[in-house]
Design a protein around this ligand. Structure first.
Ligand SMILES: *[C@@H]1O[C@H](CO)[C@@H](O)[C@H](O)[C@H]1NC(C)=O
Ligand SMILES: *[C@@H]1O[C@H](CO)[C@@H](O)[C@H](O)[C@H]1NC(C)=O
Ligand SMILES: *[C@@H]1O[C@H](CO)[C@@H](O)[C@H](O)[C@H]1NC(C)=O
Ligand SMILES: *[C@@H]1O[C@H](CO)[C@@H](O)[C@H](O)[C@H]1NC(C)=O
Length: 468
């Protein structure tokens, strides 16, 4: 730095002197020339950009469907080029235009003591497990353009507390009671140190609630419902994985639905480890917890018995169904080799399988009645997945065979679109079209909504005053 600044100062002075000596007319000519050259370079740069976008489309999807699609791959790719131009979200952010939608939103990220976040990172699982969107969104916002260091100009306040990283030593699951404790503690911290919480009662404060039942912080639905959303957070905004189409206590606060966390790196390495001419040789895949004889927890059984039913009915149908009960490290490569991936509910309706299936090109078969899915404006779920009602799970074989004979190729072609995968992944830096980008966009829409509401209120007040 020191070595450079005297030089640049010298340069600056020289420029000034030269400029002052210059008569006005030639300077104006130079200026025109400059405009000309800038326009030419801009034009060249833009066309370079446009030509590059399709090439940057994720390799994932590129060689994904080539092996599966019986149609001529040439026709498929030409069909997709124009669409890709509009919809692709390449991994490389540098080649993307800046998302202007982000620019007029400001988020202040609280700087909390380590005990609320960083201390948990010593356990590697904290930033990689299925609830780790709380870590990923924090990281992404820290480096994002929408972050402001001045809380007085912020539209929203992000509270980066890692609520799911205190893993129980007994069963390895996040200790959910601890989450409530951490929440009250962090709210006390935030509200006593700065004026912003009290100003709005936390209404412009944003939390990630990536637990099974979001801000209810319990993995058993009944307990989640009876515990409810902590009183102190009733007005806040949650980024949550839990969402259903019917009334539910655990989605009664303002919220944005987000996908479960799957490390983008793991998907990338699965894709890279897959042979280029590799075939999808597993017709129907499921690997995960199945209670063969489900326990009845005061009226509720795991997966509402759906997984048990699948297991009992189809485990002997080895030609079509590849069902495994124990999780293995490398199960993503099984997804990569599969045509249909079953995504039945567990305790909660959502599961990371959804993200993994979409990213690895396996058609997700969603069996979770009333589930609400994230980012529907980008990810048109009915076009890229199948939904089977819980009560129809016994007919799964017939349903899937029918799809193979009718619209499987259409669904697979729709899955090909990298924008859909991109929207479901959290990157360490916000990338146009990725999951954090969608969160920011949703918050911004809410802000417009809020302002709209505010203006309505003031308009009404105005009206009342006039009639008075
Ligand atoms: C983690 O959770 C356990 C069990 O709920 C609790 O006893 C412990 O205090 C928690 N650890 C921290 C650092 O909050
Ligand atoms: C916010 O309100 C709480 C509870 O009323 C109070 O204890 C706290 O001091 C207030 N914070 C500030 C910054 O005034
Ligand atoms: C679970 O037990 C309750 C009674 O506590 C009973 O009504 C219900 O049918 C049982 N559910 C299943 C799936 O066995
Ligand atoms: C494919 O067919 C299934 C079963 O007939 C139907 O439910 C689904 O909506 C269809 N999907 C698409 C994308 O056409």
């Amino acid at each position: 730095m020191n070595a450079i600044s005297p030089q640049s100062r010298g340069f600056y002075i020289k420029m000034k002197i030269v400029k002052n000596k210059r008569p006005i007319r030639p300077f104006f000519h130079k200026y025109l020339k400059w405009v000309f050259w800038v326009s030419i370079s801009l034009y060249l740069f833009t066309s370079l950009l446009i030509n590059h976008i399709p090439n940057n489309a994720k390799p994932t999807s590129n060689h994904l469907h080539r092996h599966l699609l019986p149609t001529n791959p040439k026709t498929t790719s030409t069909q997709f080029v124009p669409r890709a131009l509009f919809e692709t979200t390449p991994q490389k952010p540098l080649q993307q235009p800046k998302p202007s939608i982000n620019l007029d939103l400001k988020i202040y990220v609280y700087d909390l003591p380590d005990q609320y976040n960083n201390v948990w990172l010593s356990n590697n699982r904290c930033s990689t497990h299925l609830f780790a969107s709380e870590v990923a969104i924090h990281r992404a916002l820290m480096g994002s353009e929408v972050r402001t260091l001045d809380p007085y100009e912020a539209d929203f306040f992000f509270v980066p507390v890692y609520l799911t990283c205190n893993f129980s030593t007994d069963n390895g699951f996040p200790s959910t009671h601890q989450s409530r404790h951490l929440i009250s503690s962090v709210v006390r911290f935030v509200s006593s140190n700065m004026p912003f919480w009290n100003r709005s009662d936390g209404a412009d404060h944003v939390f990630v609630a990536s637990h099974d039942y979001g801000p209810c912080f319990h993995s058993i639905e009944e307990d989640a419902i009876s515990d409810g959303i902590p009183e102190v957070l009733r007005k806040s905004i949650f980024l949550q994985t839990f969402g259903v189409t019917f009334r539910h206590v655990c989605q009664e606060a303002e919220h944005v639905l987000i996908p479960p966390y799957v490390p983008p790196g793991s998907l990338r390495s699965t894709e890279e480890g897959f042979p280029v001419d590799g075939k999808r040789n597993i017709p129907v895949f499921f690997r995960g917890k199945v209670e063969v004889h489900p326990k009845n927890f005061s009226g509720r059984v795991y997966s509402k018995g759906v997984r048990t039913m699948i297991w009992r009915k189809f485990k002997r149908n080895r030609k079509f169904f590849y069902l495994r009960r124990h999780r293995i490290e490398d199960y993503q490569s099984e997804i990569r080799r599969s045509v249909f991936c079953l995504c039945p509910l567990g305790w909660a309706p959502w599961s990371p399988r959804l993200v993994e299936s979409v990213a690895l090109g396996c058609v997700p078969v969603i069996i979770a009645d009333g589930i609400r899915l994230p980012f529907t404006e980008t990810v048109r779920w009915p076009e890229i997945s199948l939904t089977v009602a819980e009560r129809d799970v016994g007919k799964l074989g017939r349903i899937l065979r029918h799809v193979v004979n009718t619209n499987l190729t259409t669904i697979q072609r729709n899955l090909w679109d990298p924008a859909k995968t991109g929207a479901l992944l959290f990157n360490d830096r916000v990338e146009t079209g990725d999951a954090t980008w969608h969160v920011i966009r949703s918050l911004r829409e809410r802000l417009l909504h809020r302002s709209y509401r505010l203006s309505m209120i003031s308009a009404n007040e105005e009206l009342t005053r006039q009639t008075d």
